[in-house]
Design a protein around this ligand. Structure first.
Ligand code: UD1
Ligand code: UDP
Length: 365
C-alpha cells in the first residue's frame, strides 16, 4: 500500500511542542507495522529561530529533523506571511504531499494553509475552531482563515466544535482532545526527574508565582505593559518571569526591568523546565494560550492577563480568572484565588495525537 505523505508546517515555539506529540504518534504507528505507513516531512518556516525558542524543543522532545528550514525570520505580518507563502508553495510543489498539516494560529499556520489550499492540496488544521471573537488579534484572523480552507479540522474542545458550527463548518470536523494535554502527560514525570530549574533559581514549590507575557496587544501597548509590570512588582511574592524575545525588547526600550526586586527575569526556558516551573508555582499569570491550559493540566490556578480567552472552559471551571491588564485587578485576582474542588477532563484523555494520525490515514490520499 502506498505510504501517506504528510507535510507538517511549523515555525513557532508552541507549534514545536504540539507537533512533537503528533510526530511521536506517527513514529509509533509506523513501528507497529500498520498497513499504511506515514511519511512525515517537517517544514520549519523559521518564524522562531533563537536556540531557546526553537532548537531546544527539537532536541529535548525528539522531534524529527525538519526536511528544510525556510529561514523566513521576523518582520511585519505581511512580510512574514508573504515570504513563507512563496517558499512553502515551492516545497509543496516539489514534495507533493497528500496532506498539509498546520497547527494553531500563527502566521506560519496561515501561510501553510493558504499555500496548500491554492494548490488544491488538502489542509488539516490542528487546534481548529478556537475563537476569541476579537479580530484585533492577528491570531484570530489566522484561525478563521485557516479553518475556512481546511478539509480536516481537529478540535480540542466541544466549544471549538460549536464555534465552527456557528460559521457553517461541520464537514471534516472531529473532536480529538488537546495534544498539549498529551504532552503534559508524557513530560510531567520526566520534568520532575530531569529539570534542575527550581534548584538553579533557588525556588521552593508553592512559594512563587510564574509569569509569561508575549501577546502583541500587551507588549506593544506601553500602558498595558507598564500596568502588568507594576502589578508584578506590587506582589509580596517572588515572580519568575521567562521573557519572550518580543517582550524583552519592549521592556528594555521602556526601561521597565530595573529596580523590581521580587521579579526574577530569565531567558525563555526549555519545555521540561517550563513544566517544572508551572507544576510548582502557587499561581500562574499569563497571556499565553498554551500556558493557560497547562496551568489547568497541572492543577495550578491561573490569572489571565487578557480581556478574553479562547479557553473558556478553564474559566467556567473556576481555575482561570480573566484579569485583563489593570494592576489592581491582577493583584486582587492573584491574592483571592480559590482552588476549585472539581478538576474534570476538559481536554480529552491524552490520546489526541493518536486520533489525529488515525483520522489522517482514514481520510487517505
Ligand atoms: C508568535 C505568534 C503568536 C504565538 C507566539 C508564540 C503570530 C502572529 N504570532 O508571536 O500567536 O503566541 O508566536 O510564542 O504568528 N524574536 C526573536 N527571536 C525569535 C523569535 C522572535 O528575537 O526566535 C523577536 C523578533 O524581534 C520578532 C518578535 O520577537 O520580531 C516577534 O516574533 P513573531 O514571530 O513575529 O511573533 P511572536 O510574538 O513570537
Ligand atoms: N514555554 C516554554 N518555555 C518558556 C515559555 C513557554 O517551553 O519559556 C512553553 C509552554 O510550556 C507552552 C508553550 O511554550 O507549552 C506556549 O507557548 P507561547 O506562550 O509562546 O505561545 P501561545 O501558546 O500563547 O501561542
Amino acid at each position: 500500500m502506498k505510504a501517506l505523505r504528510i507535510m507538517t508546517v511549523v515555525g513557532s515555539r508552541p507549534q514545536f511542542i504540539k507537533a512533537a506529540m503528533v510526530s511521536r504518534a506517527i513514529v509509533a504507528r509506523n513501528q507497529r507495522g500498520e498497513n499504511q505507513q506515514i511519511i512525515e516531512e517537517i517544514i520549519h518556516t523559521g518564524q522562531h529561530y533563537d536556540e531557546n525558542m526553537s532548537d531546544i524543543f527539537f532536541q529535548q522532545m525528539h522531534i524529527p529533523e525538519p526536511a528544510v528550514n525556510l529561514n523566513t525570520g521576523s518582520g511585519s505580518h505581511g512580510e512574514m506571511t508573504g515570504r513563507m507563502l512563496e517558499k512553502i508553495e515551492k516545497e509543496i510543489v516539489m514534495r507533493n504531499p497528500d496532506w498539509v498539516l498546520v497547527y494553531g494560529d500563527t502566521n506560519s499556520t496561515l501561510a501553510g494553509a493558504l499555500a496548500a489550499a491554492k494548490l488544491h492540496v488538502s489542509v488539516a488544521h490542528m487546534e481548529a475552531g478556537l475563537r476569541s471573537y476579537n479580530k484585533g488579534m492577528p491570531e484570530e484572523i489566522n484561525r478563521i482563515l485557516t479553518d475556512h480552507v481546511s478539509s480536516l479540522l481537529f478540535c480540542p474542545t466541544k466549544v471549538a466544535i460549536a464555534n465552527l458550527a456557528k460559521e457553517g463548518i461541520s464537514r471534516g470536523v472531529h473532536h480529538v482532545g488537546d495534544v498539549m494535554y498529551d504532552a503534559s502527560l508524557v513530560f510531567d514525570e520526566i520534568a520532575g526527574v530531569r529539570s534542575r530549574i527550581l534548584d538553579t533559581l533557588d525556588l521552593e514549590p508553592g512559594k512563587y508565582l510564574l509569569a509569561t507575557v508575549h501577546r502583541a496587544e500587551n507588549t506593544d501597548d506601553p500602558t498595558r505593559l507598564q500596568s502588568i509590570l507594576s502589578a508584578f512588582s506590587a506582589m509580596n511574592e517572588r515572580v519568575v518571569f521567562p521573557i519572550h524575545p518580543r517582550t524583552r525588547s519592549r521592556l528594555d526600550a521602556l526601561n521597565l526591568k530595573s529596580n523590581i526586586t521580587n521579579l526574577k527575569f530569565i531567558d525563555p526556558v526549555s519545555f521540561l523546565d517550563m513544566v517544572q516551573l508551572e507544576k510548582n508555582a502557587r499561581v500562574i499569570l499569563t497571556d499565553s494560550g498554551g500556558v493557560q491550559k497547562e496551568a489547568y493540566f497541572h492543577g495550578v490556578p491561573c490569572v489571565t492577563l487578557r480581556d478574553e480567552t479562547e479557553w473558556v472552559e478553564t474559566v467556567a471551571a473556576g481555575w482561570n480568572v480573566l484579569a485583563g491588564t489593570d494592576a489592581d485587578r491582577i493583584i486582587a485576582s492573584t491574592r483571592s484565588l480559590n482552588i476549585p474542588v472539581e478538576h474534570g477532563m476538559l481536554f480529552g484523555d491524552g490520546s489526541a495525537a493518536g486520533k489525529i494520525t488515525d483520522l489522517l490515514v482514514k481520510m487517505g490520499t
